[in-house]
Each structure stands twice: as structure tokens, then as C-alpha cells.
Design a protein around this ligand. Sequence first.
Ligand code: PLP
Length: 346
Amino acid sequence: MGVLKRYGEYLPVTEKTPAVNLEEGSTPLVRLGRIGSDLGIELWGKLEGCNPTGSFKDRGMVLAVAKALEDGAKAFVCASTGNTSASAAAYAARVGAPCYVLLPSGKVAMGKLAQSLMYGAKVIAVDGNFDRTLEMAREASAKYGFAIVNSINPYRLISQRTGAWEICESLGDAPDMHAIPVGNAGNISAYWAGYREFHKRGRSKKLPRMMGFQAEGASPLVTGKECPNPETVATAIRIGNPVSANLAREAARESGGEFNSVTDAEILDAQRVLASKCGIFAEPASCAPLAGLIKLKRSGRLPEGSKVVMVLTGNGLKDPDTALSQVEKPVSIGGTMEDLIEAIRL
Ligand SMILES: *Cc1c(COP(=O)(O)O)cnc(C)c1O
């Protein structure tokens, strides 16, 4: 039914707010039994790749776009590592407004680029990293009066809390541990605010430990210092100076959680494990938490039997190049049964 409808009573939605809806949210929460038993935990995956544009960004974008329209916005702008732009472009198309998308040139996964172009956004590739594109988007917003729909837009995080509410409703309570990839650190902050809100309203009894995972080459929250040249195969979390760093640190501190980093090789291994053991294809950034849980298990820091939810933030189909670089090529054969029998080699 879309998050504005499902959770309207908990969101800043009034009679004046346009009812924007792409049926986002209400994503599956899937028990990952095989990996969970390997890790000695009860593991669940929240399949955010099932959102309409294939990532969790839709949860926040729908409210950001609705509130901007309510305030009279005529056009949208965003800087993006890919998924924010895909989502902004889709919702702008939905409401018939132009959308300007600033991307760090050459660093955006192919599927995400195809989405933004297909939805009809004006896509501008900037010779700079994400942090620079964000500065430029802010300036364009001030200069032209475009509504900026990056996570500095407060409605994004407000509406991303819905993910935590869905988890609490599905499980009947919050989990013991919430594992999530961290880039600009908005989502971990939104989930923590969501869990706290449900707890305060008496809708859940527990509060989870918030475990944030970054890529080693872009891990300012782990090292404690800004990362001027972030580098990782997980482009969605290739961010050196997270916008919501302070909120995220608070979430980890208040919940007894922590930040950890994982290497690109560990991320890509985790991506293959998730796909081949559970049938779930998630993009590289989404697999940082699984890589991190495997690492915690190895160092004996993953409490046996705990109930853990991982947010699988984006769909694997968005980045086919990275996936294809990690697997064997298809076997090519001629068109006879002998060829096939040879290839199957039972
Ligand atoms: C945006 C994004 C992230 C990072 O979320 P933040 O709120 O920036 O920390 C992680 N994974 C995917 C797939 C994303 O699109």
C-alpha cells in the first residue's frame, strides 16, 4: 500500500500532503537458515532490493518528494552514488517533475545509471567523488530553488524509519542485533530512530544493538577520521565524509553497537555466499554486513543464538559487471546432445 499509507499516522503526512505512492516498503523479511546455522545465530534478511527501484532509497524518497510538492517544489536535484538518483528519478517521473542527477563520473553501477536515464532524469556526470557532487547539488538547490532530495533532506530519514517498524511487526519484537551497511550513515540512524520510536510507543520490548559495516577503503566511522579518497567495489558505500556521521555514532553508542570494516574481497565472498546458499542476489554494498558477521564469528564476537536482522539494501541486478567479474563464464557448447552430455559430465 506504500509507506505513506501504511504508516501515515506515524509520519508527518497531512490532508495537504500529496499521496505519492509506488507501492514501496512492505518488503520481505526472509529467514536465512543455512547461513544462520553456519554462524550459530537466527539470521534474517530484509530484502530492500524488492522496493520499486530496487533499493531502500524509495522508503525515504516517497516522503521527501511528497513534502517538497506540498511546499510548492517544481523540480528535484540530488547527488548520488546511484541508488538515490534512480529513486529520485522514478518519483520525479511519477509526479511529472524534472529531476537533475549529479553522479561521480565512472563510479556508478550500470543498472543504476540505466534506471536514472530511463526514468527521464537529466543525468550529469561530475569529475569528482560523491562528496564533491553533494556540495554541487546543494549549491544548485540554493541557486535554482530545486528541492534537494539527498539524505540531508530530513524527510528521507523520517520515512526510512518504516523499515524498523516493519521488522518489529514481522518478528513481533525488535531483533537482538541489527546489521547494516553504512555509507552516508543515514539508514543506520533512521533504523535506530525507528526502533526507539516503536519501543517508546510500547510496540516492541527490545532494542537491538546497531552494528554498522563499512568497506575498508571507505571506513571513516571505523578509523575515526575522514577519508579523502574513498575506494571500494561497493560503490553505494564509497563515501569518505558521511553526512549523518554524528547520528550514526550516537546510534552505535546508545545501543551498545559498533562499527567494523570489511575488505572488498570479503564483501564479494559474502555476495556469492548469500546468492549461492540462500538464493538472494544483493548488490556488493548490501553484503558488507554478512561479510562483517562472518568476521565477528571468526573472532568469537558473535553471541551464539542471537536473533540478527541484516538489511539487504539493494538488488544485485543493479551491478551486473561486478558480479560477472567474480564468477566463471558460461560453458559454451555445440548444438548436439553429445556436447551437452560432455558438458554435464554426471
Ligand atoms: C545508499 C545505500 C547504502 C548506504 O546507506 P546510507 O544511508 O548512505 O548509509 C547502502 N547500500 C545501498 C544499496 C545503498 O543504496
